[in-house]
Ligand binder design. Structure first.
Ligand code: PRX
Length: 652
C-alpha cells in the first residue's frame, strides 16, 4: 500500500476508524508516542526544544514562559525574524528549490515558478521600498490583495522590517477595508488594479479607494495584475513595479523581540465590528512551523497545497508562514474551484504533482455534489495526505473525500483550530492516527484541551460541553485584540476565569483521548467556512435607511454548512416588497461583501424579545429547522411566535 492508511480495523459507535499503514509510519516524523510523552511531561520544555530545533534565532530567550493571567509570553528576551526564518536560512541549500508554484485563473496565462532565491530577492526589494515610503517597525500595513505571489512577498517584507500586516480578504468590500484601516490606523494599503474571478474583472483598486481617504493612510501601493484602467492620486498612489525596480536585492532583517506583534487579522465575534486578533512573532512561528511539518508530514520532496485564501488565518499559516519556514514547495492558485469547470483543482493537483492537499468541508461537499468524473479524469495519485479545516465535517463528506480523492489510501487529517490559535490545536498526526470521520482527534502535542460544562466541571462520556484550553497556553495563541483589552478579556477569559481559554465551540469526547468538535455556541456562523457574526450582518442591514431592526441567524445548508437568514423589521409606512429584500441584500454586499449576503430576507412585523428587550435569536434558529421552540411565555411579545411560525412555514 502506498504511503497511506490501512483499512478499517474497528467499528466503534457506528464509525469507521482508520489507522496509519506500516509504510506511512515508516515515513512519518512522528510514529510513536514519544512526542506526546515529552510534551505531557513538561510542555514548556517541549516547546523550548521545538523552538530551538525548528527556528533560527539571533539570540535565544532568557525565560521560556511567563504568565500574568490572562496574559502570557513565550521565549522572553529572544531575538528572531520571521522573514529570515522563511527565506535566508534556506538559501544555503535550497536557493534553487521552488518555494511557490503560482497558477493563474486564466488557463491561457503561464504559471509562475518562484524559487527561494528569487523570493528572497523580491522580498528584500519590497522591504527596502516600504522603508523608503516611510514604513517603520511597528507601523501597520493593510494588505488587500488576491491570490498572487505579491501577497506572500508583502507579508514577508513586512515581517522583515518589523511592520505589522493586516490582511483584508479581497472579496470583502472597500467599506470593510476602511473599518479595519481605521481601527488599526494603517499607514499604507497594498492592493492591485484588478483581478479576475470566474472570468469577471474585479476592480480592487476602486474598492480600496473607499479606505484610502482614511486619515492615517499615507500611501497606496498598487500591483499591476489585470491591466484595467484605474484612477490614481498623485503623490499618494504608487505602482509596485516602479518602486521595487531599483531597490537592492538585500535588506538586513530587523532583529525582532520574540513577543513583538507579527500581524493583526480581523475576525468576527459576537459584536458588530470584527476584532483585530494579535499574533506575536516567535510563538506564532513556532506553532506554524511545527504544525505544518508534523500535521502534513512535509518532507523535502513534497508539494503542498492549502487552498485557503490569504484573507483567512489558514492562508497565513499554511499558505505562507508554515510551508515557507519549513522550506517546502507550495502551490498558490488565483481563481475559483469551478473555473473554467469543476475539474480545475484536480488538474492543478496533476500539473504540480501535489502530495499534500488541504481544503475545507464546504469545498469537499461541493465536489461531492458535482460528481466523481471531474476527479477521475485527472491523475490525483500523487496525493498522500489529505487535510480539512474550518467547520465540522459530516461522515458522508469525510468518506467521500477519503475514498474518491484519496482513493482509500490517504489519511484525512481533520484539523480543528481558530484565527485565535494561530495554528492547528486538535488533529490526528499522519503516522499516529486514528482517523475517524467527524472526530478531529487529540490535541497537538504541547496543548491541553478539556471539555467543561456550564459550571466549569469537566464533562465525560457522551455529554457535550464547551471546548477549553488550559495553561501553559500554546505559543501560537493570540496575545490580545487590537485596541480592545476589555473585549479580549470578556470574550476569551471570562467564561471560566483568566486561566482557561474559552473557544466558544461545543465538543464531546469520542473516547478518552479524541475530541469531536460540534461547532460554535455563540452568535458566530461559518458560511462556506467563512466566519461571520450575526451582529456584523445585522449592523450592515440596519444601516439601510428603511430598517428599524433585524436579527440574523444561521440555517444549515448542504453545501455551505450554514447560510445567514435575515429577519428584518421595516420602518412604519415603508412597504414590504421583493425590491426591498433585494436592497437589503445589496446593503450587506456593499458593507461587508458577497460572502455575508443573506440567503433569504424575511420582512416581518416584529422579533421575539425578552422583557429586557434582547432579541431571542434562539427562537428564530429553531424555527428554521423545525426544532422544538421551548417556552415562549417569558417573552415580551409571545404572540409574535405564532406569526413568525407562519412566515417561515414552521412545522411542529
Ligand atoms: O467552530 C470552529 C470552526 O471554525 C471556527 C474558527 O473559525 P476561524 O477563526 O475562521 O478559523 C477557521 C480556520 C482555522 C472554530 O471555532 N472549525 C475550524 N476547524 C474545525 C472547526 N469545527 C470543526 N472541525 C474543524 N476541524
Amino acid at each position: 500500500m502506498k504511503k497511506g492508511v490501512q483499512w478499517v480495523v474497528e467499528d466503534k459507535k457506528k464509525k469507521q476508524i482508520f489507522w496509519p499503514s506500516e509504510e506511512m509510519k515508516k515515513i512519518a516524523y512522528v510514529n510513536d508516542e514519544s512526542f506526546y510523552e515529552e510534551a505531557k511531561k513538561d510542555p514548556i520544555k517541549f516547546w523550548e526544544n521545538r523552538a530551538k530545533e525548528g527556528l533560527t534565532w539571533f539570540k535565544e530567550w532568557d525565560t521560556a514562559y511567563e504568565s500574568k493571567p490572562p496574559y502570557f509570553k513565550w521565549f522572553v528576551g529572544g531575538k528572531i525574524n520571521v522573514s529570515y526564518n522563511c527565506l535566508d536560512r534556506h538559501l544555503k541549500d535550497k536557493k534553487d528549490k521552488v518555494a511557490i508554484h503560482w497558477e493563474p485563473e486564466n488557463t491561457e496565462e503561464e504559471a509562475r515558478k518562484i524559487t527561494y532565491g528569487q523570493l528572497h530577492e523580491q522580498v528584500c526589494k519590497f522591504a527596502n521600498a516600504l522603508k523608503k515610503l516611510g514604513v517603520k517597525k511597528g507601523d501597520r500595513v493593510a494588505v488587500y490583495l488576491p491570490m498572487i505571489p505579491e501577497v506572500q512577498i508583502t507579508l514577508l517584507a513586512c515581517a522583515r522590517i518589523g511592520a505589522i500586516h493586516g490582511v483584508v480578504f479581497s472579496a470583502f468590500s472597500g467599506e470593510s477595508l476602511k473599518d479595519r484601516v481605521e481601527n488599526s490606523e494603517a499607514k499604507l494599503i497594498i492592493t492591485c488594479d484588478g483581478y479576475t474571478r470566474r472570468g469577471k474583472v474585479i476592480e480592487l483598486k476602486k474598492q480600496s479607494d473607499i479606505a484610502a481617504s482614511s486619515p492615517s493612510i499615507e500611501h497606496v501601493v498598487i500591483v499591476k495584475r489585470e491591466g484595467n484602467e484605474i484612477a490614481t492620486t498623485e503623490g499618494k498612489d504608487v505602482w509596485y513595479h516602479e518602486i521595487v525596480e531599483n531597490e537592492p536585492a538585500e535588506c538586513e532583517p530587523e532583529q525582532m523581540d520574540a513577543n513583538d506583534v507579527l500581524f493583526l487579522l480581523y475576525s468576527s465575534g459576537t459584536t458588530g465590528k470584527p476584532k483585530g486578533i494579535i499574533h506575536d512573532t516567535a510563538g506564532y512561528l513556532t506553532q506554524a512551523y511545527w504544525t505544518t511539518k508534523l500535521d502534513f508530514d512535509l518532507h523535502d520532496d513534497d508539494v503542498f497545497w492549502c487552498t485557503a485564501d490569504i484573507g483567512w488565518v489558514t492562508g497565513h499559516t499554511y499558505g505562507c508562514y508554515g510551508p515557507l519556514s519549513v522550506g517546502a514547495t507550495m502551490v498558490e492558485y488565483e481563481g475559483g474551484p469551478d473555473y473554467p469547470d469543476w475539474g480545475r483543482f484536480w488538474s492543478i493537483v496533476e500539473k504540480f504533482g501535489i502530495t499534500v492537499f488541504y481544503t475545507a468541508p464546504t469545498a469537499i461537499r461541493m465536489f461531492k455534489k458535482m460528481g466523481d468524473e471531474w476527479i477521475t479524469k485527472h491523475d490525483v495519485s500523487s496525493i498522500r495526505i489529505l487535510g480539512t479545516v474550518g467547520e465540522p465535517i459530516d461522515v458522508e463528506a469525510w468518506m467521500w473525500y477519503f475514498n474518491t480523492v484519496g482513493q482509500g489510501r490517504c489519511p484525512v487529517i481533520d484539523t480543528w483550530w481558530q484565527t485565535e490559535t494561530g495554528g492547528t490545536l486538535i488533529n490526528a498526526l499522519p503516522g499516529i492516527g486514528p482517523f475517524i470521520p467527524t472526530v478531529a482527534g487529540r490535541p497537538f502535542p504541547g496543548g491541553t484541551a478539556d471539555i467543561y460544562d456550564d459550571r466549569g466541571h469537566p464533562v465525560s462520556g457522551e455529554d457535550t460541553g464547551y471546548l477549553v484550553f488550559k495553561p501553559p497556553f500554546v505559543p501560537g495563541l493570540l496575545r490580545g485584540l487590537w485596541n480592545n483589552e476589555k473585549k479580549f478579556i470578556d470574550t476569551y477569559w471570562s467564561e471560566y476565569g483568566k486561566e482557561t481559554y474559552f473557544t466558544a465551540d461545543g465538543a464531546r469526547w469520542f473516547d478518552d483521548q479524541n475530541i469531536r468538535v460540534t461547532g460554535r455556541v455563540d452568535d458566530v456562523m461559518k458560511v462556506a467556512g467563512h466566519r461571520l457574526s450575526s451582529a456584523e450582518i445585522e449592523d450592515a442591514i440596519t444601516s439601510h435607511q428603511d430598517v428599524i431592526e433585524s436579527a440574523v441567524v444561521p440555517k444549515p445548508d448542504d453545501i455551505r454548512g450554514q447560510v445567514p437568514i435575515a429577519f428584518v423589521v421595516l420602518k412604519a409606512g415603508v412597504e414590504s416588497s421583493e425590491g426591498k429584500e433585494k436592497e437589503i441584500i445589496g446593503q450587506v454586499r456593499k458593507e461587508i461583501g458577497p460572502t455575508a449576503k443573506p440567503h433569504k430576507v424575511y420582512l416581518v412585523k416584529g422579533l421575539p424579545k425578552t422583557r429586557s428587550g434582547k432579541i431571542m435569536r434562539r427562537f428564530l434558529r429553531s424555527m428554521l429547522v423545525n426544532d422544538k421552540l421551548g417556552d415562549a411565555t417569558t417573552l415580551q411579545n409571545p404572540e409574535i411566535v405564532d406569526y413568525l411560525k407562519e412566515v417561515v412555514g414552521y412545522k411542529e
